[in-house]
Design a protein around this ligand. Structure first.
Ligand SMILES: [Zn+2]
Length: 187
């Protein structure tokens, strides 16, 4: 959609709070934030993660990383994308995480029922056919979860930009049991 066709977003013109229509989902989030901030006290934390760990995971809505891994506010970096795939942009975030913010360990998490299991690179070609331009990025779809975790571990371990590559572990999270299953990088 061309930018000129977008509705203007001036403060107070949102559909939810001042209009007559139902609140949008974003209105709900903003209202929840009002309550959050009302109870919030400044933890006085440094930006460097307490546990010196970066977790790379799929963006899947069923994956609550903090609850699943017993993490508290300030403990870790969470870096998420579709699939939890180690792309150049994940390497960018990990590089900043390690070099500027002191993390040492990397945990990679894929999961059962991932949307990328149902996609192929045809996704890009279909987009190209629709919009007349092929995306520069790969879909990074996969058929074998374990193998993709291994490939992701390998991409981290071979990145020349990362100073800490000795503690890199990969897992598959089962969305029906909540359990992590570790992937042997060598099998
Ligand atoms: Zn997923």
């Amino acid at each position: 959609m061309p930018i000129s066709a977008s509705p203007s977003h001036t403060p107070g013109s949102g559909q939810g709070r001042t209009g007559t229509s139902e609140p949008t989902v974003t209105d709900r989030l903003v209202e929840a934030n009002d309550r959050y901030a009302a109870a919030f006290t400044d933890p006085g934390m440094d930006a460097r993660p307490v546990l010196k760990v970066a977790v790379v995971a799929c963006m899947d809505a069923r994956l609550d990383l903090h609850a699943a891994l017993g993490l508290e506010l300030g403990d870790c970096h969470t870096i998420r994308n579709a699939g939890g795939v180690v792309t150049d942009d994940i390497i960018r975030s990990l590089t900043i995480s390690q070099r500027a913010l002191g993390t040492r360990s990397v945990v990679l998490i894929h999961h059962t029922g991932c949307g990328l299991l149902d996609l192929t690179e045809d996704f890009r070609h279909e987009i190209e056919a629709e919009v007349g331009q092929r995306p520069a990025w790969a879909v990074e779809a996969f058929k074998d979860l374990d193998q993709d975790v291994r490939q992701s571990m390998q991409r981290v371990r071979t990145s020349p930009f990362l100073p800490h590559r000795d503690d890199v572990r990969g897992f598959v999270f089962d969305v029906t049991t909540g359990l992590l299953r570790e992937i042997d990088p060598s099998s």
